[in-house]
Ligand binder design. Structure first.
Ligand code: ARG
Length: 461
């Protein structure tokens, strides 16, 4: 049982199938740089506690630096016999500084507090990268909004024609949730920035090591208050997985619209060649694969979240080996987002909008009916009556196969005497949009204000 982390009590090594099941180096190797950084911090607290002489500390740090370089350039990789990243790196350290010195590092720590700490470090770094990628998508959306300040489009509810809106307003409606997701990542980081190091296997350390010192050195806000909780809690991972899934869901909503908009039936946008694909058989095709893969991967990220929650459910305190299943879903979610975010950014940044087509469709489906009703209310008509009257106008226009603005003055008067020719003021898409000028509305003034508020928010993130 040479080289294993628990030789003393065992006469025999693990069965092959046991070792195969146990093994995690094929995914937890991603923690290696964090493991080495944390080992250096651990060596320093061992030294401060008088458990590692100064020259031993120097030798240990030099060995860890050499190991880090060898890991970075691929000279050192896990061996078949290494169970996990922690065991592999201990072997690597011993190969570099000898068993006598290398064997001192493990004092006062367990793989249980180690892995919880390293996973938190990995998640924090990943959340930072995802936030930056998300801000690029926000930037692409706001740039398109700023580039089309006057373009109008059909606003929809139930995917049915509802009321005309500004294209910029609609694009910013996709930027807002992404800004909230960035905010969620920052919020989750506060709870993730708590260090389990020093918790040992579950009960804490007896060796006088300072958890606050190591927490500070590793960039955490402070050490955990409870060693049992610190080694077993994975709500930080579940929270990150939720935010990652939420991001994918938010991007899938945008993607679904791009897919619809790029059909000839909508005809709102043309996709750039660089961000679409062709068909191997149908020469005319230009497919929105970026948007479709985003929509598809949202399902996968939801699976990552629910899989992790199912793993965590009903585990007794403290560490259980089930927890080794915590990393792959989170790693996978981040890997998918790192593929998606630059592609979605490119797709959005290069969308070519067909303003004439959107303007033509904006009043279709009698989307100005609400404007008639609200105009009547401003003339003192009760809304219940105004709704009826505007509905009668729609019925009349629909029967004649014309738009609301094409009804003549006599027809309006015959539907209701309150409908004077002045009603025509609101029977344009432009007039309708400009009238919705309360905070958060689609009027150009409000949309410009929204753009500048967003810019300030992004700058402060
Ligand atoms: N590889 C394990 C994990 O990912 C850490 C090792 C803890 N194992 C143990 N037997 N206590 O959770």
């Amino acid at each position: 049982n040479e080289g294993s982390l628990w030789g003393g009590r065992f006469a025999d090594g693990p069965a092959a199938a046991m070792a195969a099941l146990s093994k995690s180096t094929h995914f937890d190797w991603a923690l290696a740089p964090f493991d080495i950084r944390a080992s250096k911090a651990h060596a320093r607290v061992l030294n401060s506690a008088g458990l590692l002489a100064d020259d031993d500390l120097a030798g240990m740090l030099a060995g860890l630096d050499r190991l880090a370089a060898d890991v970075a350039d691929g000279t050192f990789t896990p061996a078949e016999s290494d169970e996990d990243v922690h065991g592999a790196l201990e072997r690597g350290l011993i190969e570099r500084v000898g068993a006598e010195l290398g064997g001192r590092l493990r004092a006062g720590r367990s793989r249980n507090d180690q892995v919880a700490t390293l996973f938190r470090m990995w998640v924090r770094a990943a959340m930072g990268r995802v936030a930056l990628g998300l801000l690029d998508v926000v930037e692409a959306l706001t740039a398109q909004a700023a580039a089309h300040p006057d373009a109008v489009m059909p606003g929809k509810t139930h995917l049915q024609a509802a009321q005309p809106v500004l294209l910029a307003h609609h694009l910013l409606a996709h930027a807002q949730p992404l800004i909230r997701d960035v905010d969620r990542l920052g919020d989750a980081d506060r709870r993730t920035a708590v260090s389990p190091y020093g918790s040992g296997a579950l009960a804490g350390s007896s060796l006088g090591l300072d958890p606050a010192a190591i927490a500070a050195e590793l960039g955490f806000d402070g050490p955990a208050e409870n060693s049992i909780d610190a080694t077993s809690a994975r709500d930080f991972a579940a929270e990150a997985a939720f935010v990652f899934a939420m991001i994918a869901v938010d991007l899938s909503r945008l993607s679904e619209e791009v897919i619809l908009w790029s059909t000839p039936e909508f005809g709102y946008v043309t996709l750039a060649d660089a961000w679409s694909t062709g068909s191997s058989i149908m020469p005319q095709k230009k497919n929105p694969d970026v948007a479709e893969l985003t929509r598809g991967k949202a399902g996968r990220l939801i699976g990552d979240l629910t899989g992790l929650l199912a793993t965590l459910k009903a585990q007794p305190l403290a560490y259980n080996r089930d927890l080794q299943e915590d990393k792959e879903p989170v790693f996978d979610a981040v890997a998918q987002l790192e593929l998606l975010l630059p592609a979605i950014t490119g797709l959005v940044a290069t969308l070519e909008f067909h303003e004439d087509r959107m303007a033509e469709l904006a009043p279709a489906g009698f989307t100005l009916a609400t404007d008639i009703a609200e105009w009547l209310v401003r003339q003192g008509v009760p809304f219940r009556v105004a709704h009826e009257v505007a509905g009668a106008c729609v019925r009349e226009a629909e029967g004649r196969g014309v738009g609301l603005d094409e009804l003549d003055d006599e027809t309006f008067a015959s539907i209701d005497p309150a409908l004077t020719p002045q009603v025509r003021d609101v029977l344009t898409v432009r007039g309708s949009i400009e009238s919705r000028n309360a905070h958060g509305g689609t009027a150009p003034e409000q949309v410009q204000r929204q753009l500048s508020v967003l810019a300030t928010e992004v700058a402060s993130l």
